[in-house]
Design a protein around this ligand. Structure first.
Ligand SMILES: O=P(O)(O)OP(=O)(O)OP(=O)(O)OC[C@H]1O[C@@H](n2cnc3c(O)ncnc32)[C@H](O)[C@@H]1O
Length: 218
């Protein structure tokens, strides 16, 4: 049984489509300040593992707007709760109008898995999947996933990353959660998609699919 450690029900709904053997655990782990999602998720996974005492998955995600050098990125939750999704969308679109650029963005998700055991390969560098995402950016249709491991610190953690590219639009749709209404991928906002449609292309869906493969073999 894996404990999916989050306070966000939307994440758990999406995770259940990939993992039968999962329970939601509402544990508020420390979110360290970092420019990237990987270290935040890894730190959270170690803390959650110490709390739960069994296999845990911590999910750190964010919206990275191209014209803002990736902001709000790791601060997406804070910005959602302070500015709000609609205002983030307004600002991104207004800036794009001024510069004549398309308001491109990407969602990234990093899942950090920890079960107290080691992993076979543990390279130092953590790849969040954005390189591959950028390769596909021309049509705003790219999705990608990667895996990596980091063993800095006492307990090994394995990371699974996913990315989806798209553009910021006026809010549309009732589904999903968070920034989904203002993020369009291939003609639909994520909030206009069913959970299965979103999972098929989303940052979290890619990361979960890669994790599910790994877990099935473990
Ligand atoms: O930390 P936990 O408890 O898991 O829950 P959280 O909602 O605070 O999650 P994050 O720290 O990962 O913050 C991510 C922010 O990005 C948003 N977000 C994450 N995944 C998303 C998705 O698939 N679609 C839209 N918004 C998403 C989410 O609403 C938050 O504002």
């Amino acid at each position: 049984m894996i404990s999916y450690v989050t306070t966000n029900d939307g994440k758990v709904r999406e995770a259940r489509e990939y993992l039968a053997d999962v329970r939601a655990v509402d544990f508020d782990y420390t979110e360290i300040q970092a420019a990237e999602l990987g270290p935040i998720a890894a730190h959270g996974a170690r803390e959650a593992f110490a709390h739960v005492g069994g296999p845990v998955l911590v999910d750190d995600a964010g919206l990275f707007v191209d014209g803002f050098d990736g902001f709000p990125g790791p601060y997406s939750a804070y910005v959602e709760h302070t500015l709000g999704v609609d205002r983030v969308g307004d600002i991104a679109r207004r800036r794009a109008e001024e510069t004549g650029e398309t308001p491109r963005a990407q969602f990234r998700c990093v899942l950090a898995y920890c079960d107290g055991e080691g992993f076979a390969a543990t390279p130092d560098a953590v790849d969040y999947g954005d390189r591959r995402g950028h390769d596909l950016s021309a049509e705003d249709r790219g999705t990608a996933s990667t895996t990596d491991s980091i063993d800095a610190g006492d307990v090994p953690v394995k990371l699974f990353a996913g990315v989806v590219r798209g553009r910021i639009v006026e809010p549309r749709g009732e589904g999903g959660f968070g920034y989904d209404p203002v993020f369009e991928h291939d003609g639909s906002t994520l909030a206009e998609m069913s959970a299965a449609e979103k999972n098929a292309i989303s940052h979290r869906g890619r990361a979960l699919a890669t994790f599910a493969e790994f877990y099935a073999e473990r």
